[in-house]
Design a protein around this ligand. Structure first.
Ligand code: FAD
Length: 254
């Protein structure tokens, strides 16, 4: 049985784009209808493969934006000079078919099980918010009451993904923004790149964090963001094994 499950996850199959929703000027969410989908966990990703008319293929990974039990969704940020993301954010229409395989990954996941019932610190740089949104939605669906703080770094308010969803967080979920390049008039929140001082103000205290009862951190975004935030957390006393990281690659500095 295990062999069947592994084959299923790693086998390419054809998905149909069910809906396309603009999140920001450069970011789109695609809901995918995938015929042979064995379910996923919050924080996992999938792979997309595009094949050109000349047979050239390009593969990229995308975090799953939806909670377990919800239709599979991905949220893609367009990189103007990228190969795959411009197609997924500009050209794809509902009804189009794309190849996918997954779900993939078992480390950057949050299941909401009893062992996970410690405060969560989520830190997102730009589109790094995608798997963290799946975790937040899963927390709601399983009725978890673990307290959560999401620190979300975006260049401007217009570039905040899931803005309306995040503006009405569930009880015990705090969303804290830092807008690094442009702030709306009257902005009183953070307006700089994440640094150790900001993490010290936002993160749950690390005291007692050495065991399984300390807070858990999930950090996701461009590689440089993830490495800086993880280093700040470790400097604040978080044991490295309590800081889970997902790097999207060198895709800019939110
Ligand atoms: C586990 C995982 C999950 C991810 N989840 C998401 C997600 O939820 N949403 C999301 O938007 N992205 C996500 N990503 C990133 C995604 O996989 C792609 O990397 C992203 O969409 C860019 O792909 P692209 O083909 O458009 O750009 P690419 O063509 O891959 O280019 C990316 C950047 O690298 C530069 N570049 C390309 N080739 C070279 C080269 N030879 N030398 C120097 N620079 C070069 C380009 O100029 C561009 O700025 C994830 C990545 C990983 C690993």
């Amino acid at each position: 049985m295990a062999g069947t499950a592994v084959r299923g996850r790693l086998t390419w199959q054809t998905a149909t784009v069910a809906t396309v929703t603009d999140e920001t000027l450069a970011v789109r969410t695609l809901v995918l209808a995938i015929p042979d989908w064995g379910g996923h966990r919050a924080g996992q990703h999938l792979d997309i493969r595009l094949t050109g008319d000349d047979g050239y293929q390009a593969e990229r990974s995308y975090s799953i934006a939806s909670a377990p039990g919800e239709p599979v969704a991905i949220t893609v940020e367009r990189l103007e000079d990228g190969e795959v993301s411009p197609y997924l954010t500009q050209d794809v229409l509902a009804g189009d078919e794309i190849e996918v395989r997954g779900p993939i990954g078992g480390y950057f996941v949050w299941d909401g099980a009893a062992a996970d019932s410690v405060p969560l610190l989520l830190a997102a740089g730009g589109s790094g918010v995608v798997p963290l949104r799946a975790i937040l939605r899963h927390r709601c669906r399983v009725g978890s009451s673990v307290p959560v703080r999401l620190l979300y770094s975006a260049r401007s308010q217009a570039e905040v993904i899931y803005r309306s969803e995040l503006s009405a967080p569930a009880d015990d979920v705090q969303v804290i923004y830092t807008l690094t390049r442009q702030q709306p008039a009257g902005w009183t929140g953070y307006a700089r790149r994440v640094d150790q001082q900001m993490m010290a103000e936002v993160a749950w205290p690390a005291s007692g964090a050495s065991g399984a009862s300390g807070p858990l951190a999930y950090v996701c975004g461009p590689t440089n963001f993830v490495e800086a935030v993880a280093a700040d957390l470790v400097a604040l006393g978080y044991p490295p094994q309590r800081v889970k990281t997902e790097r999207f690659g060198a895709t800019g500095t939110p």
